[in-house]
Design a protein around this ligand. Structure first.
Ligand code: HBI
Ligand code: FE
Length: 295
């Protein structure tokens, strides 16, 4: 039996906002204030200075190729010329969070939704919903990488399937997104580096994810990741490390249906836990960890 559609709302820093049903708009570039452009420039400069020692080379290359630091908020139309030629992806401007199935449909068709509005100057270090800086600076540079670009599209297709299977399958898939696209680390010859958008768009977590002795750093394993709860209110307690983007793409190639069925029989792993079967790069000291509150 179908439940009637309703407009969902979500509590955010901007108040109680609707989750838009389709939500693509024209980027209202002329409406950005001087302050908006200054917020972009400040955040850009801060991360650009920090990240050469923290982010993976593929991400840094993407930032340069797009010219994200040319001054002021970039125009999506300009970025789309570069992006379309490179990997066939297209940025679309949105008001904010989309319903899961709408979000997945965009990704499955190589469209990446970017919130058009930017945070206020008193929110440089944290806000609870994705804004333009997170979506654009965090996610878009890696869309120039052909393997990562294909992974994102495969995720969108997988999302539509998981959505049809049910909420538990969707939760397993959301965890995969969280621990890779948002909070993933990658092994390089310079040591562990960041590729996750939630990290590269945050100064504090960029430093924490690589330098802090507190969190666990564990080798990527598809089922382990899909079975691990995560926190949305603190820095992560565990980061999963891939060897390269090909590994990520290949690991996620099989049909997830049997994995969802298997995981539904067991219990999820807490965000802070280390298992005997893990490949452990670092067992965290757990210093400062909140207990509970993961989901
Ligand atoms: N909508 N605009 C936008 N951006 C996201 O990252 C996003 C979304 N809707 C749902 C969603 N992410 C996640 O819950 C999915 O990955 C499951
Ligand atoms: Fe994100």
């Amino acid at each position: 039996m179908d439940t009637p559609r309703r407009v969902e709302h979500q509590q955010t820093d901007r108040g109680y906002v609707p989750v838009y049903a389709t939500g693509t708009v024209e980027q209202p570039w002329a409406s950005y204030s001087k302050t908006d452009h200054e917020v972009w420039d400040t955040l850009y400069r801060r991360q650009r200075e920090l990240l050469p020692a923290y982010a993976c080379q593929e991400f840094l290359d993407g930032v340069e190729r797009f010219g994200l630091g040319d001054g002021g908020i970039p125009r999506f139309a300009d970025l789309n010329k570069v992006l379309g030629k490179a990997t066939g992806w297209e940025l679309v401007a949105v008001e904010g969070l989309l319903p899961d199935e709408v979000f997945f449909d965009h990704l499955a068709n190589r469209r990446f939704p970017v919130s058009w509005w930017i945070r206020k100057p008193d929110q440089l270090d944290y806000l609870s919903e994705p804004d333009l800086f997170h979506d654009l600076f965090g996610h878009v540079p890696l869309l120039l990488n052909p393997v990562f670009a294909d992974y994102m599209q495969a995720y969108g297709k997988g999302g539509m399937k998981a959505h049809a299977i049910g909420p538990e399958a969707l939760m397993n898939l959301t965890r995969l997104y969280w621990y890779t696209v948002e909070f993933g680390l990658i092994r390089t010859d310079k040591g562990l580096r960041i590729y996750g958008a939630g990290i590269v768009s945050s100064k504090g977590e960029s430093i924490y994810s690589i330098d802090s002795p507190a969190p666990n750093r564990i080798g990527f394993d598809l089922e382990r990741v899909m079975n691990t709860k995560y926190r949305i209110d603190t820095y992560q307690q565990t980061y999963f490390v891939i060897d390269n983007f090909e590994q990520l793409f290949e690991a996620t190639r099989p049909d997830f249906t049997p994995i969802y069925a298997k995981l539904a029989q067991g219990t999820p792993v807490a965000a802070a836990d280390v298992l005997p079967t893990d490949t452990v790069y670092q067992r965290g000291t757990r210093e400062g960890f909140a207990s509970g509150g993961d989901n």
